[in-house]
Write a protein that binds this ligand. Sequence first.
Ligand code: ADP
Length: 622
Amino acid sequence: MAAQKKRTGQIRLISLALGSATIGQAVLLAEAVQRVFVEKAALVSMVAVFAALLAIMIVRTLLAYANDRIGLRIAADAKRDLRSRLLRALTANPLTLSRQGQAGSKISVTLDAVDEADGYFSQYTPKMIEASIVPLLILAAVFILHFPSGLILLFTAPFIPLFMALIGIKTRQKSEEKFEQLAQFSGTFLDSLQGLITLKLFGRTKQREREIERSSLSYRDATMSILRIAFTNTFALEAIVMLGIGIVALELALQLVVFKSMQFHTAFLVLLLVPEFYNLLKVMGTAFHGGRTSMGAIRNIEVLLAETAEARENKSPNEGLEEAASAGGSATSQETSANISQVPERPDNGEEQQAAVCGGRDTWDLLSSLNPSDRHPPAIELRELSFSYGEGAFELHADSLSILPGQQIAIVGKSGSGKTTLLHLIAGLLPPSSGEVRVNGSPLTPACEEEWFRRVSYITQHPYIFSGTFAENIAIGTDRSVSREEIARAAEAAGLARLASELEHGYNTNVGEGGRGLSGGEKQRLALARAFLKRPSVLLFDEPTTGLDLHTERILLRSISELSQNATMITIAHRLHTIRHADIILFMERGKLIGSGTHQELLNRLPQYADMVNLGPKGGVS
Ligand code: ADP
């Protein structure tokens, strides 16, 4: 509201004019009634009074309209501002924090809560200003006209705000509750939609349906309880107003009929003004109720803004991560180490690459950004990393380790041993609880996320395919604008050319949601095509475990090896071939990095490793 000082000033001025117009209208109406019914004046002589009355009615309507319009303008600006602040806060968050919380509930706050906040700006604020000016003017007029009526108004009026304040506290609390319920409902609903296939496959749709039903019923109950308060509120306000008007009317009647101490004109004028007075207070009451409901919504917006800001200021890195999983944390204990066993023959890494990955625009940054396809792979160093998904949940510990530019790293271990978690820590997708990942000597912090992700491609087992054309889905691999030929070349390098030629509209075929579905292998190849456009200097790869036919697998591996020519590559490896050919193998067991070295070194040193690879791809390498 602070940003709207000028507009609230306008509302004050208009309210002043509105108050005068209200009194003027009552004066003219009383005058007309006095002349026509008491003085029996001829209608022709009344034309001027009627014309003035009509004019003042029009002015009054226009003034009320102007106030409403300004209120709506304030609301539109405020909502735009709130939405853009929310979007900025949500999008500026580093990736690690964006993953926290339910998407559905964030959407609900950004869309519904902001809409609900409308009432505060468009109704509550203008009506409150209006109600703080117009009734005072009317009260002053009534005091001047007839002192005792003024006193009655003065004593009965405070009951209205008092009553409203009592109810308002309850409404705000209920409204916050309502928004919590709505956010919960939206979150559960979106979760269920996204995971519908999984739920169906596991026969859990009925249970989910019940959960959605429960959550929607709680939302209904919260809404109904607010409505209950609203109805009680209206009823009580009406009662107070009627009582107030009744007392004034009784008093006027006594003065007029019994004591004959008053003129009809004055009594009628007071009687016209009194309902206006109460009416405004009543409108204020309704606006107050609406305002309180909106405040509940605004409070939710503030909480989300504060949470995102607080999270960004780097509180504990694990707080807020969803669902603590139960896997064992204690690790077995063979010692490992920080060694680089082999220095492979990789592209030559000049001194420049020691430059920081973020921060100062140094030579290396400049060179690489000028020519994105010619980036030197960075050196990556893990320093005493540890991570936990939350109290009592899975923990990961990895001693220090250096990865030289261009090395091929394979992370191996049983399923659930923490391979993905380690890869996510190296990728900067999860924040370490202690220790750090260093890239070219600089710590990888959320602040340099953008620059870091510009160099990284992560090919997961289930890449996300956006709703759009085949070409658009490849083109998101880079932020440059790319030509159709470049897209086709990337697709070809990733082994997708044949698929594209078989599609009905070639590269213009819609894929992803609502479009043509893609198989797992095709999706991974599409992710590879994105990487070919990007030419990353760090390639993270989650090797497919199952399901690919030999031909697809061969294409995939050929493309990966081509991409890794100029990149540091870290693979969660399941195939013996990949493991054997890695420069360093990181062996994970129950959350601990218990060994690193070449295939031969680990075979000699770690019986668990030997057991796993001897079992072969089916038994151990998962
Ligand atoms: P791997 O890749 O070796 O199969 P992960 O790193 O995916 O293992 O998982 C290691 C452990 O961490 C598992 O026990 C898993 O349940 C747990 N875990 C994974 N993601 C989360 C999460 N978001 N919250 C809590 N626990 C998780």
